[in-house]
Design a binder for this molecule. Sequence first.
Ligand SMILES: *[C@@H]1O[C@H](CO)[C@@H](O)[C@H](O)[C@H]1NC(C)=O
Ligand SMILES: *[C@@H]1O[C@H](CO)[C@@H](O)[C@H](O)[C@H]1NC(C)=O
Ligand SMILES: CC(=O)N[C@H]1CO[C@H](CO)[C@@H](O)[C@@H]1O
Length: 369
Amino acid sequence: MLPIFFFIYLATVVAGASLVAPRTAVTTNTCSCSSGQIGVDVDVNIAVDPSNGKLLNSTTLRRQKQTFQIFGQLCQPVDSLNLPAPVQVLIHGQTYTSQYWNVQWNGFQNYSYVDFSCSQGVTSFVYDNICAGLSSHPATSKDCQLPTAAAVASSVARKLKDGSVAKALTGTTRLFTKVVGIGHSLGSLTLNFAAVQDGISSPFAGLILTSNVHIANSTSFLAGLATSFPPAASVNPARWGNLDPGYISGPSEESRLIFYGTPDTFNPSIPQLDFLTEDVGSIWILDQIANINTPVAFRGPITTILGALDGTLCIPCDQPTLQAREKVFFPNADFNLEIIPKVGHDIDLHFGAANVFPMMLDLFNAATK
Ligand SMILES: *[C@@H]1O[C@H](CO)[C@@H](O)[C@H](O)[C@H]1NC(C)=O
Ligand SMILES: *[C@@H]1O[C@H](CO)[C@@H](O)[C@H](O)[C@H]1NC(C)=O
Ligand SMILES: CC(=O)N[C@H]1CO[C@H](CO)[C@@H](O)[C@@H]1O
């Protein structure tokens, strides 16, 4: 049984989904968070038909020159406002939103990595991916492909550096010195492909890639989701009935247990909260997963973090083997792979997140010092 507060919260989320979120600011003693929409231009080559051929160079390409409205939130520690500082960009996974990194369920706020970081003096920018949350949902989901999502991530990083994200959300220009990209699952895939696409001109100082690895074949976790998650319009017609079938979501609470470890490793209310706040994503970004299977020129530090109970990714769940297998794709980077005991795919939503948050913050600090 969920407490009543949760349903009030959910009603707000559902009502908000059809609106353009206004610019808002919330300031506590330690942290100032401003949210709203940011216009992000992309100019990339994408597949004309993303369902026909999964490698981008094996399909006909079209130029995509488009502006996306991205919903994001900038959370800054109040004691360092306007001082030069680095920032982390957090990108969520498929059928989640920025709330994965900034959990606001009543009683579960300590699962927010954004709040944790702010309390430790670190600024975060968290946003909803294209075709998800409160960001643009184009009439055709085929406008949301992997190169598009990756271009948005890199563009957001550049806009943090040139001050325009802070200007758009707070009214005050603030130039961030360095940007670390942190992904979860599809968010990590997106940052990985951004590194492929950007080559040596990546705007990121370092990457932390949680819950994603390269796969040699098509049995991967994310590829599996593309086939097991149905069109969002059939999952919840009242909410998503107007979206084309390329927008997918999880059909049930049970379907989402694949994101979790054994029942002793997470709070029993979490799957219910997870399902009630699930969102949609573009199937085409997932279908292009194989495009990250190419070595990147990126030279900064990269850390991959995997849950030991992430049964479809931690295979074999052996650090030296996975470290060696992944390093091939990051030849010039200072690359390290960590396996975390007692957490599944949704690392942040397990009890064990309490150990992972300080680890990610240490990696952020090391990458930006
Ligand atoms: C395909 O991937 C699965 C899961 O990662 C793995 O168990 C299997 O050994 C792989 N098969 C081949 C032929 O690489
Ligand atoms: C949040 O608090 C609960 C209850 O004390 C605890 O079980 C959980 O591990 C905490 N999570 C994080 C990420 O700190
Ligand atoms: C990086 C990449 O996807 N390369 C592919 C381009 O297309 C050729 C021919 O189809 C493939 O052999 C490459 O693997």
